[in-house]
Ligand binder design. Structure first.
Ligand code: RIB
Ligand code: NA
Length: 316
């Protein structure tokens, strides 16, 4: 069964320069290539969930500028429904200025623009859509008041709420408490009070245990993504390490979004957390191997085929 995922999401146009290495302050470097494409953690995750087979509804705001058409053009190319994406007068579409170095690492400067107009009132207006969702998914790129309102709405209606706290904005403990799961990287985990005692070079099992300790205290369930090391998950059912296969990273931009969107899709179709994460990690691993965000995302069939064996995620 295709699950229903409602994404309250940021949409950006990503303008990316590919460089040998990052410029230092005051330095000019020459780019080896340039691309304009769809970005924004919400848009990326919506496309990933859609590719993974979910029925996705993206609630988002664009400006009244040419960048809005760029974003809508990409949504159309992927066949993503946009009935809840509005162009706002006198607003600018969100923009991310990105540099990607030969190492595969990136730097990103985001100008939120119209994403700031996804207000708590929008959550209120969309409450019937929320009530009908299997999963409501959002990210740290929307206003904090909107994230907290969404969490409250989902908590009240017993709708499963997934929050990717990226970037790591400060949301209320009440909002974190309903997350099922809270999805964070190491840095974002620490900002949410998870893994303070985990050393930078600690084995992944330390993160698994930190995630387990946060279940029922910080959030209902927790996923910590660990880049090339994979991810860990913990819920009231257990705690798991999901390793990633080793690949050469070409462009990691939006790879976490590929994983999070796929995770939401798999949870929405009723898969258990550890199995959903195993598939999500495969989606992220495929995405780092191509340039750009959504254009490097794999199909449902490719992701399922690449997912590591279930034996890798036996509970602790
Ligand atoms: O997670 C990657 C995304 O973060 C990029 O697409 C960029 O738009 C920033 O929002
Ligand atoms: Na990529």
């Amino acid at each position: 069964r295709r699950g229903r995922v409602v994404v309250f999401g940021s949409v950006n146009v990503d303008v990316t320069s590919y460089v040998r290495s990052f410029p230092a302050p005051g330095e000019t470097v020459h780019s080896r290539g340039f691309a304009i494409g769809l970005g924004g953690k919400g848009a990326n995750q919506a496309v990933a969930a859609h590719l993974a087979g979910a029925r996705v509804e993206l609630v988002a705001r664009l400006g009244d500028d040419p960048n809005a058409s760029v974003a809508l053009g990409v949504f159309a190319r992927f066949g993503l429904p946009v009935g809840t994406v509005e162009r706002m007068p006198r607003a600018a579409t969100g923009v991310a200025q990105i540099t990607v170095a030969d190492s595969g690492e990136n730097t990103i400067v985001v100008t939120a623009g119209a994403n700031e107009l996804v207000t708590p009132e929008v959550v209120h207006d969309e409450r019937e859509r929320i009530a009908a969702a299997d999963i409501v998914l959002t990210q740290g790129e929307l206003p904090v008041a909107t994230i907290e309102r969404l969490a409250a709405e989902c908590g009240m209606r017993s709708i499963r709420f997934v929050l990717n706290l990226a970037p790591p904005v400060s949301v209320s403990t009440a909002a974190l408490a309903v997350c099922d799961p809270l999805v964070v990287n190491e840095h974002e985990a620490r900002a949410a009070g998870i893994g303070a005692a985990v050393a930078d070079d600690a084995p992944v099992e330390a993160w698994r245990d930190a995630a387990a300790a946060a279940v029922g205290t910080v959030a209902r369930s927790v996923v910590v993504t660990l880049g090339p090391a994979g991810a860990v998950a913990a819920s009231s059912e257990g705690a798991w390490v999901v390793p990633a296969s080793r690949v050469d990273a070409v462009d990691t931009t939006g790879a976490g979004d590929a994983a999070t969107g796929s995770l939401a899709a798999m949870l929405a179709e009723g898969r258990p957390l550890a199995e959903a994460l195993r598939i999500a990690v495969a989606a992220g691993t495929l995405a780092v191997q191509g340039r750009g965000t959504v254009d490097s995302y794999a199909s449902r069939a490719e992701v399922l085929a690449a997912a590591s064996p279930a034996s890798a995620v036996e509970p602790r």
